[in-house]
Design a protein around this ligand. Structure first.
Ligand code: CO8
Length: 303
């Protein structure tokens, strides 16, 4: 029974992806020279560092991919391999996810993976995003997100994929599913995970407006469970984990499966259609133009 979640994590969904009406002159295979430097994340140094304390059975997974821990295909692949290894390791019962970067937990999906890429590459990328969520949301381990920086979009998905969220009490940090702000639509399984976390009404407001919540506001709607001073995020996660691990594993795992299996199964039974929908949506000229404008906005904030 402890394997229920793991065994169900194999296949997938169909997302209802709405379309934007912005017209574009930008071709899908054409990457603007001004964004070509973004390839820096292709560095071969590990993007993830895992430390497993065999005396406590708790692993700390640190995301260490500057500048913003964006979820590229390489990052996601490394993340999934590490998660799978921990899942198979019977001595590991709890997982804490955090970031080594100052100010950022994760900036979410790497926008450059969705901009100017071939349909084949986009499909491969999306499959890796699905895999990350399936592995995390369905993990048999107790999972805690130690959110020590901003966590928009895919970073928020990763956080709400965990069992518990502790965020740095810093009003400059934000968290939320802000996809509509980019002119894109969070797929149904992002939506389902958010609804499961904060309820339908808060999720509806949050998704339609693409809201990014400050840490205190995130606590108010239940998007995170606890705020602590920044230098205590990891230690509080360790303390909290010991409470989670005081519950017998089999009872916690079966209960987790009972709460999450339906949501997971929805993606599993529509996985291929979800990939097809994503690829046809993201490669549209209008969507490419939206992403380009968003990238320009990100860069212009610095200027
Ligand atoms: N992908 C790629 N590059 C990024 C991303 C990203 N998600 N976020 C930031 N960067 C780049 C910036 O462009 C900048 O590049 P450069 O140094 O070359 O100018 C560099 O990272 C540093 O960024 P900032 O200067 O903005 O760093 P700050 O520390 O000031 O801020 C933030 C960090 C708060 C994380 C900020 O960068 C930010 O808000 N980023 C955008 C986050 C975002 O909107 N992510 C959404 C990604 S989409 C997603 O996750 C879900 C998509 C679902 C798919 C839907 C299907 C259709």
């Amino acid at each position: 029974m402890a394997n229920v979640l793991r065994n169900s994590a194999k296949f997938g969904f169909s997302g209802v992806l709405s379309q934007l009406s912005i017209h574009s002159r930008h071709g899908r295979e054409c990457v603007s020279p001004c964004f070509s430097l973004q390839q820096r994340n292709n560095s071969t140094s590990p993007k993830i560092k895992v430390d497993l304390d065999s005396s406590t059975g708790v692993a700390v997974l640190r995301m260490q991919s500057p500048p913003v821990n964006s979820l590229s295909l390489d990052f996601l692949t490394e993340f999934c391999i590490n998660l799978e290894k921990l899942e198979m390791d019977r001595s590991c019962r709890g997982l804490i996810i955090t970031s080594t970067l100052s100010k950022v937990f994760s900036a979410g999906l790497d926008i450059m993976e969705m901009y100017g890429k071939s349909p084949e590459r986009c499909g491969e990328f999306w499959k890796a995003v699905q895999e990350m969520w399936l592995k995390l949301y369905g993990s048999n381990m107790a999972t805690i997100a130690a959110i020590n920086g901003s966590s928009p979009a895919g970073g928020c998905l990763m956080s709400i994929g965990c069992d518990y969220r502790i965020m740095a009490d810093n009003p400059r940090y934000s968290i939320g599913l802000n996809e509509t702000q980019l002119g894109i639509v969070a797929p149904f399984w992002f939506k389902d995970t958010l609804v499961n976390t904060v309820g339908n009404r808060a999720a509806e407001l949050s998704l339609e407006l693409g809201l990014l919540y400050s840490a205190p506001d995130a606590l108010k709607i239940g998007l995170v469970d606890q705020l602590v001073p920044e230098d205590q995020v990891l230690s509080t996660a360790q303390d909290t984990m010991s409470k989670w691990l005081a519950v017998p594993d089999h009872a916690r795992q079966i209960t987790k499966s009972m709460m999450r299996k339906q949501t997971i199964d929805k993606l599993l039974s529509n996985r291929e259609a979800d990939i097809t929908n994503f690829v046809s949506f993201i490669t549209k000229d209008s969507i490419q133009r939206s992403l380009r404008m968003y990238l320009e906005m990100l860069k212009s904030r610095k200027a």
